[in-house]
Write a protein that binds this ligand. Structure first.
Ligand code: HEM
Length: 456
């Protein structure tokens, strides 16, 4: 089968380069081969960054293409084999149907209160005149928000331990390019004792599953029909044979939401605060919009603020947290960008390369929120949350979180970057993030109108 051209280096070299510096590989290949090319990563995979071709794939996701789970294997150690991310075909559709209602508009709006409360709690730990780590702060907020969505009101020793272990596991699970290799190559996943890298990860994971199991057992012992959190909805669900989900199935789904749901949003927020403070004119324009909010401003109004929306979109465009769509497989012969692809061909939509297209985003390396005010981009030109059958389940929650958290922080605090130097993206496990820690100084509290308290 003739595949589109691509680099000719041996597979292990291509794989190594892709693990160490995926963005540079995507950039070089897009420059050299254009909208479609083949990389040999364990096996050949066709990369695509043409919006029309992506539209074709994402609108025919379950007809001409499938969403195979094999490509998602690196997620398995973190999320388990029963995760929605590991499911394909009908099982995948069913799992999504179970999860989606918890992340729809009405439910999401209920999380607004939680987001503001948690942001206030974390912000109160940042003292005037002192520095704080932006990532740690953002992770603490998004972790608590997702715990609340997943478990409902959730406090106490078990919640605290779970939060701590999840943070540590995600770090161990690949916060640097080389750590990511442990997730990508199963051969490295050897338990060499509690002090070894993978051994420690396994022990933490076992403890997390124990805690999740305890929570599930406790709820089975004293059911409460009034609860509307994700875990309660999953526990009440029955399959076509009337069977409920087992504890392991429930735990894998919870792990998926807890991990996919906080690290991603925390990274996006870390970038947003960096950009906003790197360019004073962006911050001023944003504050002009935010300071107009009055006491009665509700969450859905904040969600629709044009400049805030543009800043969040530009943050997700320039360095998207997820740089690729999940893998797709061609099921029926198809022609994409002038190439005939046969069934069995594996595809990756390249989110990063689409977002870096000069024809869509002139001067793509520049942070320019205005581009989102000047024109509308189609869902195949701007795709930070993917699309089609695997579109991000947490998209609406993540967008609301970004907007409410930024509003709260910017209205209340006068912050400054400790180091205004350039920060580049790099691989962080299976996603990407800033290549070095970002520290901020709390210069002071902003004297703003009372509306702040009600926005919070
Ligand atoms: C800024 C934050 C986030 C970004 C950039 C992001 C991005 C993505 C992307 C690119 C995909 C793959 C879509 C595809 O292949 O078409 C995805 C899938 C997914 N996301 Fe997110 N995500 C974010 C936040 C969240 C949150 C808050 C949750 C949890 C509630 C979540 C849960 C998921 C799940 C479960 C999937 C897999 C869906 C499936 O396999 O059907 N994400 N996300």
């Amino acid at each position: 089968m003739k595949l589109p051209n691509g680099p000719q280096a041996p597979s292990f070299i291509q794989m190594f380069q892709f693990i160490v510096n995926p963005l540079s590989v995507l950039e070089k290949c897009a420059k050299r081969y254009g909208d479609i090319y083949t990389l040999n990563l364990k096996s050949p995979v066709v990369f695509i960054s043409n919006p029309q071709a992506l539209q074709h794939i994402l609108t025919n996701d379950t007809k001409d293409f499938s969403v195979p789970s094999e490509g998602n294997k690196p997620f398995e150690p973190l999320m388990g084999k029963h995760s929605v991310i590991m499911a394909s075909g009908n099982a995948h559709r069913r799992q999504r149907q179970l999860l989606m209602p918890s992340f729809h508009g009405d439910r999401i709006r209920c999380y607004g209160e939680v987001i503001n409360r948690v942001t206030s709690q974390i912000m109160s730990q940042w003292e005037v005149g002192k520095q704080f780590s932006v990532r740690d702060g953002m992770q603490a907020i998004t972790m608590r928000v997702i715990m609340q969505a997943v478990f409902g009101i959730y406090e106490g020793d078990r919640a605290t331990e779970l939060e701590k272990l999840l943070g540590s596991m995600l770090d161990a699970g690949g916060s640097s390019p080389l750590k990511a290799a442990f997730l990508i190559f199963p051969v490295l996943q050897k338990d060499l004792g509690a002090k070894s890298y993978w051994g420690n990860f396994l022990r933490e994971r076992e403890r997390v599953y124990q805690l999740l199991n305890d929570e599930i057992e406790e709820r089975r012992a004293s059911p409460d029909d009034s609860r509307t959190d994700v875990l309660s909805m999953l526990m009440a669900a029955r399959d076509e044979n009337g069977e409920a989900m087992t504890n392991v199935e429930l735990s894998d789904e919870l792990m998926t939401l807890l991990t996919a749901g906080h690290e991603t949003t925390a990274t996006a927020l870390t970038w947003a605060l960096y950009w906003i403070h790197k360019f004073p004119e962006v911050r001023e324009k944003l504050l002009a919009e935010l300071d107009n909010l009055n006491e009665n401003t509700d969450f859905s109004t904040i969600n629709k603020l044009p400049y805030l929306n543009a800043v969040c979109n530009e943050t997700l465009r320039i360095y998207p947290v997820g740089i690729l769509l999940f893998q797709r497989k061609v099921e029926k012969p198809v022609s994409l960008c002038g190439h005939d692809l046969e069934p069995g061909t594996l595809l990756y939509g390249s989110i990063y390369s689409v977002h870096q297209r000069e024809d869509l985003y002139p001067e793509p390396k520049k942070f320019k929120p205005e581009r989102f005010l000047e024109r509308q981009f189609s869902p195949y030109e701007f795709i930070p949350f993917g699309g089609g059958a695997r579109r991000c389940i947490g998209m609406a929650l993540a967008q609301l979180e970004m907007k409410l958290i930024l509003t709260k922080i910017l209205k209340n605090l006068d912050l400054d970057l400790i180091d205004n130097g350039e920060i580049k993206p790099q691989r962080r496990g299976l996603v990407t993030g800033p290549n070095r820690p970002i520290q901020m100084l709390v210069k002071g509290k902003r004297a703003v109108n009372r509306s702040l308290e009600t926005v919070g």
